[in-house]
Design a protein around this ligand. Structure first.
Ligand code: FE2
Length: 358
């Protein structure tokens, strides 16, 4: 009975990160925790847009787990937090299934009610917090105060929810982490690709997708594969300093409007080679969206038995070539864009070559 609760980013400057995600991506800054609210070691801003909830957190002093995380990894996602009806039961089941415990279940309460939190480790230094919040009516969770901030992006992109969160893990670690989610969460494998599916002339990767029974929470896991030059997964592992969250796919109901708004707000996307659109209709058949509009915005399309999907990838969200976002609109399809991997990788490699890392 899992669902997404929130994603927590550990960053060097949470005040500026909150401003960036609010202004560029259309979030409202809903809540704040810091010294003014009785939290002495950190500042956290909770950003909300429809069903999306991001928290950006930075350390207030040198040393300590947040500053150390940022020193090693740069800005990145620390916590993929999952909502559960019973955090204690979720924690005990996960640990019984082999998950590494990090924090035993604990209750946080204030005048608005209580939440129960429990925490386990996953790949790299990434964690999963189980959040039980049925008995909480306040802003985000105890320790936070509600802000009156409204969404302040010049154009509202209408982002709706998390679709999937992708982890990059080291050489030959993919199967181990897929098993981890099978044993600890009861997840099943949705699809898998090997390096014959996902390779270009230069770089390759292997990928597997694990998901819960309701297919709400979807975790693709990538590992590098041998290619003629350095895989984009290797580049991530080098610059992140190990395994971590590579991208978050964010669902929208109107990707054309979303990407227009995000571009107007200054978000940078990977560009798609123009030749991609010359053969688009041959590859995916008839779709509702005009090819000219997709070409103008660099939006990709893929199809499976169930329907089709549209997707686009941002450039990295920080100076390190690590975390990025995907914007996705599903029209029936459960695909993760296998048919686009080749076209996408060509575009990613052009960027990688510009950085001298190919
Ligand atoms: Fe994706």
């Amino acid at each position: 009975m899992l669902d997404w609760d929130h994603l927590e980013f550990y960053v060097g400057n949470a005040k500026q990160a909150a401003h960036y995600y609010a202004t560029a991506f259309g979030f409202a800054v809903e809540a704040y925790a810091g010294p003014e609210t009785g939290v002495s070691d950190r500042a956290s801003y909770c950003l909300v847009q429809n069903d999306l909830r991001f928290v950006v957190t930075s350390a207030l002093r040198p040393g300590g787990p947040i500053a150390d995380h940022v020193a090693r990894h740069g800005d990145g996602i620390r916590d993929v937090a999952l909502r559960v009806p019973d955090a204690r039961a979720a924690f005990e089941a996960a640990v019984a299934g082999g998950a590494a415990p990090l924090e035993e279940p604990r209750i946080l309460s204030d005048q608005d009610g209580e939440v129960v939190l429990a925490r386990i480790r996953t790949y790299g230094e990434t964690v999963h917090t189980f959040v039980e919040r049925e008995r909480y009516r306040g802003a985000f969770m105890p320790g936070f105060v509600r802000l009156s901030d409204r969404a302040r992006a010049p154009q509202a992109p209408g982002l709706r929810a998390v679709d999937h969160v992708v982890g990059n893990v080291g050489w030959n670690e993919m199967d181990r982490w897929a098993r981890y989610y099978a044993d600890a969460f009861g997840f099943t494998q949705l699809v898998s690709f090997d390096d014959t599916d996902i390779s270009t002339e230069y770089t390759a990767l292997r990928s597997v997708v694990v998901t819960d029974a309701r297919r709400r929470v979807k975790f693709p896991i990538n590992e590098p594969a041998e290619g003629r030059k350095k895989s984009q997964i290797e580049e991530f592992l080098e610059f992140y300093g190990g395994a971590g969250v590579q991208h978050v796919a964010i669902a929208t109901d109107d990707i054309l409007a979303a990407v227009r708004a995000l571009r107007a707000n200054g978000v940078e996307f990977l560009e798609t080679p123009s030749s991609y659109y010359d053969v688009l209709e041959t590859r995916v058949g008839r779709i509702a969206e005009a090819t000219a509009a997709l070409r103008e915005l660099s939006i990709l399309v893929d199809r499976d038995d169930l329907g089709y999907m549209l997707q686009i990838f941002t450039k990295p969200l920080q100076d390190r070539p690590t975390l990025f976002f995907e914007i996705i609109q599903r029209r029936g399809s459960l695909s993760f864009g296998k048919g686009n991997f080749k076209a996408l990788f060509v575009a990613i490699e052009e960027e990688q070559a510009k950085r001298g890392n190919l």
